[in-house]
Design a protein around this ligand. Structure first.
Ligand SMILES: [Zn+2]
Length: 287
């Protein structure tokens, strides 16, 4: 599933290809990826120009000159593939769901094999509500160690669940949650409010560093993720624990473990990330 670095890589690749284009026609091949009726969606996108391509959390946001936002949640296997005019035969969409045909002959294809993704046009007010419901951007100045500490202290959720909750922090999914927890030395199941202050500080630094490095590497390719040019990301080879069950920890050599909770895998080093018991023995052994 594309997370923040993959969405950011897609946005950066799309910008030079589609900003300034005017949509001549909207073709909906699979209506189930739309969050509104086909007619309403097409009417609001047709004859608009794309003013900007932005990202919020894991979402790609196409800013239309009408003031509306076309918000794309890529789901598991969603891709946004721009095809300039004339089309390049070697890069063909495999599972096109929606096509935006531009005045100049170019096409932007939303391609999605499993169709867990979603496209939705929101007016300025609805977008603003959606935006405010999401947590801070981890790479923005709004995301300070104090904000993270305050958020964690108010929650008894396991760290991994906390990190995946887009209302608390926008853009982190299962891959980067595992990586950040490892780098901070915190067990993914550790209740958020029991994480000691020094580990919270490490976690803050780790989230920002890992996401920035992943963007630099063009994202992580797990299964079908590709950037706007159809290329695989390069960060996968640098993952510390995610997908490395049975391999040695890059820090201490202990075997990386996979655990499952809330129906999803988490990867960790049991030596680097011990589950801390909050009820520590008092000094002198009395309790
Ligand atoms: Zn280790």
């Amino acid at each position: 599933m594309p997370e923040l670095p993959e969405a950011e890589t897609i946005v950066r690749g799309l910008r030079p290809e589609v900003v300034g284009e005017t949509v001549r026609r909207v073709e909906v091949v699979h209506e189930d990826v739309l969050r509104q009726p086909r007619r309403a969606f097409a009417d609001r996108v047709r004859h608009t120009a794309l003013d900007a391509v932005e990202r919020r959390g894991k979402n790609v946001v196409l800013v239309l000159d009408s003031g509306d936002r076309l918000v794309v949640n890529l789901g598991m296997t969603g891709r946004l593939l721009p095809f300039p005019a004339p089309p390049v035969a070697s890069r063909r969409p495999t599972h096109p769901a929606v096509r935006l045909r531009f005045e100049d002959g170019g096409v932007l294809v939303y391609d999605d094999m499993r169709r867990f993704g979603a496209l939705e046009v929101l007016d300025a007010e609805a977008w603003s509500e959606r935006d405010e419901a999401l947590g801070p951007e981890p790479l923005s100045d709004d995301f300070t160690p104090q904000i993270l500490a305050r958020g964690l202290a108010a929650s008894r959720s396991p760290l991994r669940s906390w990190l995946l909750d887009q209302r608390r922090l926008a853009g982190v999914g299962n891959i980067y949650a595992s990586e950040a927890a490892w780098a901070a030395g915190v067990h993914p199941r550790q209740p958020a409010r029991e994480i000691p202050a020094p580990a919270v500080k490490r976690l803050h630094g780790a989230i920002r560093r890992i996401l920035a490095q992943a963007i630099e590497g063009g994202g992580t390719t797990i299964r079908d993720y590709r950037n706007a040019r159809g290329e695989a990301g390069e960060f996968g080879g640098r993952l510390a624990v995610y997908g490395r069950e049975g391999e040695p920890c890059r820090s201490c050599g202990t075997t990386v473990e996979r655990i499952v909770f809330s129906n999803r895998s988490a990867f960790l080093c049991p030596a680097c990330q011990p589950l801390r018991n909050p009820r520590r023995r008092s000094k002198g052994g009395r309790s």
